[in-house]
Design a binder for this molecule. Structure first.
Ligand SMILES: Nc1ccn([C@@H]2O[C@H](COP(=O)(O)OP(=O)(O)OP(=O)(O)O)[C@@H](O)[C@H]2O)c(=O)n1
Ligand SMILES: C[C@](O)(CO)[C@H](O)COP(=O)(O)O
Length: 404
């Protein structure tokens, strides 16, 4: 086993010219979620890897924030470069500071890499400085001239299609990339940079399903594939509700919907007492029938005292994904005499969306006063009511128990 888990660099700074579309292809959706969010999630769910860094386009920060949720192992994104090679070099320079000995470099637009494939690359890194997953070429290969006339048939013996994640000793790859940049080498993958530096590259079996989404047809086919997997057309819709209330105490900031709001009081209670995130967490857990926030994060546990509630909601969203599901919609109603919620509504929607790894168009935030009635009406605290709508796949019969 490697002494430390390999870091992961996901390159997602390309413009997706061949795919076209209103946003770069990594932010286009398949099965209701951004392609990049799916790719990041594969590594978040893999126990064999360490920190994950995503390199994004210089102007893509808002797209990234809306598409990709937070995770303890996910580092803040770095800005990529004008070519894939430049992007990788920037990412490696940033990762060198994280103390990882090995790195997996993966395309942000390969959302179907399997856990088994990642495991194969990691295992092979124990005996190699460079590991390349690849599939043997099965089509007959032709070379043609610019006019579409075939010049020759190319022997496909020994030819492979290169995939990612490619695995490397980090120090060796970084040195090779620095050298290649200084020498003006242009390579389309990182194994080629290692080959140029004279480092032996070990092949492991790739997977036909691990396609790189390059064209609009690739993206459409990926969406069809997810539907065929049955999640979206055969699954079930579930709705969960959540409610929370906390009283005011002395303080100067109220945390609501993941947003700190300056106020002449603060809310007292579990963690940072963000009633909105607590209600949303319970709504998701309710839809999953997996208990409530107190079951997973007991208020008696001192580690949650003053903690940011982001992690509770991120946990519940992760549970939906772990069950193969998607969050279709979150709806939140906040009941407060003060502070005013309206000016913070957009920030709350964006924050909740980022935590859950969904688009902000799937998050509704509303607010009302309690018309001066009761404790809430007297301004003694704030309450929140949330509804979560999720889609889960139908359970599959265990092997050997199919209905005849
Ligand atoms: N300057 C670049 C160029 C590419 N990539 C990333 O490298 C991966 C593979 O590249 P490709 O499929 O060629 O993506 P694009 O460069 O975006 O596509 P196109 O060539 O059609 O513009 C993608 O995840 C892409 O975002 C990158 O991080 N930085
Ligand atoms: C890294 C890669 O995905 C391996 O197949 C590929 O080389 C990227 O090439 P592109 O020209 O950037 O699409």
């Amino acid at each position: 086993m490697l002494q430390t888990k390999p870091a992961v660099l996901i390159v997602a700074a390309g413009r997706g010219v061949r795919a076209g579309g209103a946003v770069p292809k990594q932010y286009q959706r398949i099965g209701g979620r951004a392609i990049l969010a799916r790719t990041v999630e594969i590594f978040m769910q893999h126990e064999g890897i360490g920190p994950v860094l995503v390199a994004i386009g210089a102007e893509d920060g808002p797209l990234y924030d809306a598409a990709v949720g937070e995770h303890p192992r996910l580092l803040p994104p770095v800005k990529g470069g004008a070519t894939r090679q430049e992007t990788v070099l920037r990412g490696l320079e940033a990762l060198a500071a994280e103390g990882a000995t090995h790195v997996l470099v993966h395309d942000g637009v390969r959302p179907f890499a399997s856990a088994a494939l990642i495991g194969r690359v990691i295992a092979a890194l124990e005996g190699a400085d460079a590991v390349l997953p690849a599939t043997p070429v099965t089509d007959t290969l032709k070379r043609a001239d610019g006019d579409g006339r075939v010049i020759a048939t190319v022997d496909r013996g020994g030819l492979f299609g290169a995939q990612t994640p490619q695995g490397f000793r980090l120090e060796t790859l970084l040195a090779a990339h620095r050298g290649a940049a200084a020498a003006g080498l242009a390579a389309t993958d990182d194994a080629a940079v290692m080959e140029w530096a004279g480092v032996p590259v070990t092949l492991v079996p790739g997977e036909a399903e691990n396609v790189k989404l390059t064209t609009p047809a690739d993206i459409a086919a990926a969406g069809r594939r997810l539907r065929q997997d049955g999640l979206l057309i055969l699954g079930e819709t579930r709705v969960g509700t959540g409610y929370d209330i906390h009283p005011f105490t002395d303080g100067d900031t109220v945390h609501l919907g993941g947003v700190p709001i300056p106020h002449d009081r603060r809310l007292a209670g579990h963690s940072d007492a963000d009633v909105a995130l607590h209600a949303l967490t319970d709504a998701l857990l309710g839809a999953l029938a997996e208990g409530d926030i107190g079951d997973h994060f007991p208020p008696s546990d001192p580690q949650w005292k003053g903690a940011s509630s982001d992690r509770f909601l991120a946990f519940a969203a992760e549970r939906v994904r772990a069950r193969g599901g998607v969050i279709a919609h979150l709806d939140l109603a906040i009941v407060a005499e003060a502070p005013r919620i309206g000016p913070h509504r957009t920030a709350m929607r964006a924050r909740i969306a980022a935590i859950c790894g969904i688009g902000a168009d799937r998050v509704g935030v509303k607010a009302t006063t309690n018309e001066k009635l009761g404790a809430l009406g007297r301004g003694e605290g704030i309450a929140a009511i949330a509804t979560a709508t999720i889609r889960l796949p139908y359970p599959v019969d265990p092997p050997g128990e199919e209905t005849p």
